[in-house]
Design a protein around this ligand. Structure first.
Ligand SMILES: Cc1cc2nc3c(=O)[nH]c(=O)nc-3n(C[C@H](O)[C@H](O)[C@H](O)COP(=O)(O)OP(=O)(O)OC[C@H]3O[C@@H](n4cnc5c(N)ncnc54)[C@H](O)[C@@H]3O)c2cc1C
Length: 304
């Protein structure tokens, strides 16, 4: 089994997600090579072979040309699998590569059961086990689903370039407009999940956050319901946070939420369900109705 891992650079900076690709490859089993389009002054801690795209000829982001060069590497290496992060870069490229190879494409893999790929369906309420019948497979990995590893060392770099021009012209990145609160700097975050029940109860979460001297956040359903603004969403499609204290109120602990908060130093979860998955990352799981527990806790904190 030969696996091609596609690492990512953004504005010349290597993104940390390559460690999760290595973690996946180790769990799946196989020999790896890496491809990336970036900067030779900033290389992954990887002791294998790295095909480094010459960004002067192919740009840092150019799905057309990157696809072409990834296909050349797949061909040269006789690869069976190509692995991307489930990022906007991966979403863009993976289906193009899969289509050209006639390979199965499996998006947003969150778990491996031996060689079976597990992906979420029905807004992550269910999971589907996928086995591919094609000779080659292209997958994207959900952020935070696989434990990152670094093999260490320095890769053997082979530079790849192209003399054709793509149909797509990459003009640069534009940062999303920063607005509202920057949760990534908060030392205490109290987050509201669907368990708060109705928009009026956001005030309970806000009060506890204020009493603790922190900010309040939310899970995606709370944001999708427009109970809390999007810039307070925690998770893969929201902010990634690492406060000293994270209090998850009525949040089940879906992988997309955990990916955004699991680097928190100390996690308290308040949930009526003692078996909620958030319990797996929580230092303290309070099995209680948040509508009673949160106001009582706020009162105690305020008294202190
Ligand atoms: C592509 C994609 C991206 C996503 N990105 C994100 C993201 O960035 N962030 C994110 O959060 N989600 C994201 N999601 C959604 C994610 O899969 C989950 O659906 C979501 O995190 C669930 O939110 P929740 O825990 O608030 O709600 P639920 O899963 O419905 O959980 C509610 C919890 O509240 C508990 N509860 C109910 N009543 C009470 C009460 N009175 N007191 C205490 N506990 C109570 C229940 O036991 C339950 O555990 C994404 C999904 C997809 C497919």
């Amino acid at each position: 089994m030969k696996i091609v891992l596609v690492a990512e650079y953004r504005d010349g900076k290597l993104l940390a997600g390559y460690g999760e690709l290595l973690g996946f490859a180790k769990a799946f089993g196989g020999e790896t090579v890496m491809v990336a389009f970036g900067n030779e002054n900033e290389l992954p801690a990887y002791d294998g072979k790295l095909y480094l795209g010459d960004t002067a000829s192919c740009g840092e982001y150019n799905p057309d040309l990157h696809k072409k060069m990834i296909l050349e590497v797949v061909d040269k290496e006789g690869a069976d699998m190509v692995v991307f992060s489930h990022s906007s870069y991966g979403w863009d490229l993976a289906p193009r590569v899969a289509c050209s190879l006639g390979a199965a494409q499996v998006s947003e893999v969150v778990e491996l059961k031996d060689k079976t790929l597990v992906v979420p369906v029905c807004n992550a309420k269910l999971r589907r086990d996928v086995k591919c019948s094609t000779a080659q497979t292209v997958v994207t990995l959900q952020a935070g689903a696989f434990t990152p590893i670094e093999s260490g060392g320095t890769p053997t770099v082979e530079t790849i370039s192209t003399d054709v021009s793509g149909r797509v012209i990459f003009e640069g990145y534009e940062e999303a407009e920063a607005g509202g609160v920057d949760l990534s700097k908060a030392e205490v975050i109290v987050s509201a999940g669907r368990g708060i029940g109705k928009p009026e109860n956001v005030a309970l979460i806000e009060s506890l956050a204020k009493a603790l001297g922190g900010e309040y956040g939310a899970s995606r359903p709370v944001v999708d319901s427009e109970w809390v603004e999007h810039n307070r969403q925690v998770g893969t499609t929201g902010q990634t946070v690492s406060p000293k204290l994270y209090v998850a109120c009525g949040i089940s602990g879906a992988i997309q939420h955990l990916a955004g908060m699991k680097k928190s130093e100390f996690v308290v979860a308040i949930n009526t369900d003692k078996d909620a998955p958030i319990g797996e990352v929580a230092d303290v799981l309070v099995v209680a109705d948040l509508l009673q527990f949160v106001p009582a806790l706020t009162e105690k904190v305020e008294a202190l």
